[in-house]
Design a protein around this ligand. Structure first.
Ligand code: ATP
Length: 309
């Protein structure tokens, strides 16, 4: 296993070429630890899709603990132009939903449909092109910020890079750096904060025009202003790009603006609705809100970085 890992590292040093070979996944290191059970792929690769995702009655157990259902009859939809947030205690199954969407595993029961067709009917490479996952701690490569964004699409023009960065609320801070887009994320990487990294990763995802964007939102390290910028980025992109956004949320501040919120606990959907509906309901979500000491008001009327600049 050690040998395989170092082989992967060598390969990754040629990342632009390797990326083409393995698909646009940042998750190569995770593949090493995964159970090699990816089921056969289909041949669907339509030119146009809407990006409507339907998890239909999904039950799932990891092979290592096949007697423990991690998801129990979960149904949810991701709709184009909308943001669905999944919240709930640690171990509830949030990341497992993403693993299934990326087809790292196969549901035990139920099916995941993309535009009405089972995920299994599509080519895996096609799914990886259409689904972008921004991880909790995105990694930047020791190259310019521009190259880091272009990693999502190597033939992108400068205009495409700027557009993606603007949508991700990253253009302004990049432009203000002494070397701008040429800033080296390696030697000058300390100039880029956690929240800025996340926005660069969002830009990297957006430049590919994904139909489905998954954001594993570990914003706990972000200050309020940076976090706000990330949320503005999310707002921008689902309105402008009409993509379906799935937000895996560990903190609630981003969740308030979601079109639909799902409270997942012990593999089951315990509650769902909008922020206001769930607060009204005064159940588990409301309790979580109280614990995180948030006002029960939605944020409105605040301008974002790009519009105000
Ligand atoms: P967190 O908020 O801490 O990220 P989560 O809601 O995303 O948690 P999951 O990571 O989906 O929860 O985990 C759900 C359950 O599945 C947990 O009990 C976890 O221990 C288990 N689990 C997760 N990944 C694996 C794996 N690769 N093999 C076996 N069990 C796993």
């Amino acid at each position: 296993e050690l040998q395989f890992s170092s082989a992967v590292e060598v390969l990754m040093s040629y990342y632009p070429h390797v990326k083409k070979a393995i698909g646009a996944s940042e998750k190569i290191f995770e593949y090493v630890d995964r159970e090699p059970r990816v089921p056969p792929e289909g041949s669907l690769a339509p030119q146009e899709i809407k990006g409507h995702v339907h998890f239909r009655n999904i039950s799932f157990a990891y092979a290592k603990r096949s007697d423990t259902l991690v998801l129990k009859g979960v149904s949810l939809e991701l709709k184009p132009g909308q943001m669905t947030a999944v919240v709930g205690p640690s171990g509830g199954g949030k990341s497992t939903l993403v693993n299934l969407l990326e087809r790292f595993y196969q549901p035990k029961e139920g099916d995941i449909l993309l535009d009405g067709e089972s995920l299994q009917s599509y080519k895996i490479q096609y799914l990886h092109d259409k689904i972008s996952v921004v991880s909790q701690e995105p990694k930047l490569f020791a190259r310019s910020l521009k190259d880091n964004i272009k990693y999502g699409k190597e033939d992108a023009t400068n205009e495409e890079v700027y557009r993606a960065a603007k949508l991700a609320s990253a253009h302004k801070f990049i432009s203000q750096l002494p070397d701008g887009y040429e800033t080296d994320a390696g030697s000058k990487g300390d100039k880029v904060s956690g929240g800025q990294k996340q926005r660069i990763a969002i830009a990297r995802a957006l430049i590919r025009h994904p139909k489905i964007l998954v954001l594993d939102d570990a914003t706990s390290s972000l200050d309020t202003e940076t976090e706000f910028q990330v949320h503005q980025a999310l707002d921008n992109l689902r309105k402008t790009e009409k993509c379906s956004v799935l937000l895996i949320a560990h903190r609630l501040s981003a969740v308030k603006q979601a079109d639909h919120i799902i409270f997942l606990q012990e593999g089951e959907i315990k509650e769902e609705g909008t922020h206001d509906e769930l607060v009204q309901k005064d159940g588990l979500y409301a309790e979580l809100v109280r614990k995180q000491n948030m006002p029960f008001q939605r944020n409105t009327g605040v301008d974002n970085e790009e519009r105000s600049s």
